[in-house]
Each structure stands twice: as structure tokens, then as C-alpha cells.
Design a protein around this ligand. Sequence first.
Ligand code: F6R
Length: 241
Amino acid sequence: MRIIRAKDYDHMSRQAANLISAQVILKPDSVLGLATGSSPIGTYQQLIKWFKKGDLDFGQVRTVNLDEYVGLAPVDPQSYYCFMRRNFFDYVNIYPANTNIPYGLNRNAEDECSRYDETIRRLGGIDLQLLGLGVNGHIGFNEPAEYFTKGTHKVTLSESTVQANKRFFEKEEDVPRFAYTMGICDIMQAKRVVMVVSGESKAEIVKRAFFGPVTPFVPASILQLHTDFTLVADDAALKEI
Ligand code: F6R
């Protein structure tokens, strides 16, 4: 595990964007695993800036997102599909046909999960997976549990995740209770993993996840065993270590 310490959110975002742009420059047809949430927004903004300057080309890049809420259509403004368009896809030259996100409207969970795992397999696996960290230690929507999950699956979001995500919705009742998420095995099989973490509210979980035992009760802790894992975190998030 490598730790890149950043001064603040903007610095963290630039450092993570550096790693992603190096990946895309060295392998233009990279498969990028992408995340939503507040943590990677600055990283996407930095990548957009470099794209607009002409320094980056996403024309051959393929993407697979970590997760999507069950029950939300891709056109729903709260869907992760919309999030990705709003924060990244609409501003770079990634072909929509090269982007992949679980389909929230497929009510047949078994079908959707095997379809998504097959998509990842067909792409040849993930070259670089970008992650955020939930306050409860989740990655993707792999919530604390008694065992690590393998492939894409349907999850019931934990109360702590519903509380953390309600800021994006008008009312708490609007927060979906279920999601499709890549599994821990999908994430661990990515060749490189880069996690962005910012702010004091994550300091405690950073300590538990990366300086405590590897346990499914803190899903991110398994990244300690990944052979190419980089944690890009700001001073506030690293305050407890
Ligand atoms: C998002 C995702 C989640 C978030 C995590 C942190 O696709 O899979 O694991 O990365 O909940 O969210 P933020 O960055 O909003 O604190």
C-alpha cells in the first residue's frame, strides 16, 4: 500500500488525476473503474481540464462504474448514470457506448448482476479502479458484513449509508434502499486501485481500514492485501495515523 498525502481536497484531486492520466497516456484503451460521490468530483474536474487543454484523450477508454441505485432509471437526476454524465462523461471524449453502469431498472437482480460481471470479464478486467471510502468502511456499496462478497450483487444499503447519502436527495424517504454494486472480488482483481479520501469525518475509518485488521466488517481493509493500492488522502483524513 502506498499513501500519497495531500494538503487538501484540491491537492488530493490533482494527485489522483495524475495517476489516472498517466494510466490513460500509457495505455490509451485502458478500462477505468469509476466511482461517484463527493470524493472523486475534483479528480474528474482536473481530468476535464487536462482534456480541454489537449493533454488527454479518452477516445479509446472504456469505463465500468462501481454501482447504481436499484429502481432509478438512467435519466433520473439522482442516478449514478446521470451523476457520471454531469460530472465527467459529458465533458470528455468518452464514447457513451464505452461506458458501463449497472442498470437500476432491471428488477431481475440475478440477471443484472451476471450481465455486469460478464461485461467486466469481456472488457478484460479493470486496469485502474478509482474508489471513495464510506464512513462505515464500504467500497462501492459493499457494506460491512460477515464475509467479503465476490461478484456484482444487490445490496440493502446500511442505515449509515442512507444517512450519508441523504444530502443528495430532497427527502430522506427518497433515498433508494437497494443498489447493485461490483463485489469485492471484482475490485480486488483490478490491476491498480486508487482511493481518494478527504476530510476529518473519514479520519477514524481510514485508521481502522488501513491500520487495523483485515475484516469484512470494514470492507476497505481488504485493500491492504492488494498488490498495487494507492491511498490518496488529505491531511484531515490522515489525522489519526
Ligand atoms: C460511489 C461509491 C461509494 C462512495 C462512498 C464515499 O460510487 O461507491 O462507495 O465512494 O460512499 O462517498 P463520498 O465520496 O460521497 O464520501
